[in-house]
Write a protein that binds this ligand. Structure first.
Ligand SMILES: Cc1cc2nc3c(=O)[nH]c(=O)nc-3n(C[C@H](O)[C@H](O)[C@H](O)COP(=O)(O)O)c2cc1C
Length: 324
């Protein structure tokens, strides 16, 4: 079995992470990931209040006796959620690891560190990874341009971003964006990472709490079926290509402002119409290029063991056989 220092530092069997996912990172998925021996993150802001997060943590604990983490996504906003209260729930609940994403986590680090919570910081550039390492986080998750959600504005794919980061990052680092199978895990290790983080691939599993139509759309989609919305606003997000995301791209490309697309991109619309009701053209939903590698909807346990076991075979059979 492939085992790296990431497993030792973060206390998991496999160097495989399920990153935070708004509306998807609930106890159903995260407990399945934990039970499979990988590292899953509940998504704090999917819970309407910090008290609801505490309840979700308790619910997840009823579904697994293995450890799991919580993702805290910190984004600039006019009416920010009470980040400090969510953070305090994470610490007080005895969660062993937090995935921070979005903004620099400096403000929250002393509380996490004082509470013995390890911090895995997710970012999209080498400079931000180096900065987080200097701040004292325990691990880096580096998201290449292929990823679902926010790839940043540098547009550096993993093939260059991961080794460039590995040259500068000395703490454990997982590679993210475009990973979905054993080949990806082995490639990430070869590029200098200590494991992989996946989002999109985990949505297309039996336990993910989203409508079957969304999972099937990921199977049907190719690697060409994403759109980059909000590019002109310099807040790029990679989402599944559908009539809504294409309309958003067209309005903004024609000089439109955020106000002109606000209703189209409303989070609740994507959540209700797409993820709950299964209308894949009903709103915006995040998905990455790795859709082109998704051919089925396995259980999380099958997916994790397929990736871990497949990596083992790939290294011992194919790669070892190439060395003479
Ligand atoms: C449906 C969905 C929702 C996501 N929501 C968040 C989020 O709230 N916070 C976050 O840090 N990352 C979020 N992400 C990004 C993932 O955690 C992960 O970094 C990304 O999906 C990796 O790229 P991949 O999709 O190619 O595996 C989301 C991804 C997906 C697919």
């Amino acid at each position: 079995m492939v085992r790296t220092r990431f497993c030792d530092v973060f206390g998991v069997d496999h160097p495989i992470v399920q990153g935070g996912m708004q509306w998807v990172g609930t106890a159903e998925l995260v407990s399945a990931v934990a039970n499979a021996g990988a590292l899953g993150f509940l998504t704090a802001l999917t819970q309407p209040t910090p008290e609801d997060l505490a309840k979700e943590i308790a619910r997840c604990r009823e579904m697994t006796d293995r450890s799991f983490g919580v993702n805290l996504t910190i984004l600039p906003s006019i009416n920010p959620p009470p980040y400090a209260e969510y953070r305090d729930v994470i610490v007080e609940s005895g969660i062993p690891v937090v995935e921070t994403a979005g903004f620099n986590p400096a403000e929250h680090l002393p509380t996490f560190q004082g509470g013995g919570v390890k911090v895995l910081h997710k970012c999209t550039s080498v400079r931000h990874a180096v900065k987080a390492q200097e701040l004292g986080v325990d691990g880096i998750s580096i998201d290449g341009f292929e990823c679902a959600g926010h790839p940043g504005e540098d547009d550096i794919p993993g093939l260059v971003l991961i080794p460039a980061a590995a040259d500068k990052v000395t703490i454990p680092m997982v590679a993210s964006g475009g990973f979905g199978d054993a080949r990806g895990l082995v490639a990430a290790l070869a590029l200098g990472a200590d494991g992989i983080n996946m989002g999109t691939r985990f949505v297309a599993t039996r336990e993910a709490p989203v409508h079957q139509n969304v999972k099937q759309a990921m199977v049907d989609h190719s690697e060409r079926d994403t759109e980059l919305i909000f590019r002109p606003l310099r807040n790029t997000a990679r989402v599944a290509s559908n009539s809504v995301s294409r309309e958003v791209v067209s309005i903004l490309d024609d000089g439109g402002a955020f106000e002109d697309v606000r209703d189209l991109v409303a989070g609740n619309r994507g959540r209700t119409r797409v993820l709950e009701e299964g209308d894949t053209d009903g709103g915006i939903w995040s998905a990455g290029l790795v859709q082109g590698l998704i051919q089925d909807i396995p259980t999380v346990a099958d997916l994790v063991s397929r990736i871990a076991g497949g990596a083992d075979e790939l290294i011992n059979d194919r790669l070892a056989g190439l060395v003479h």
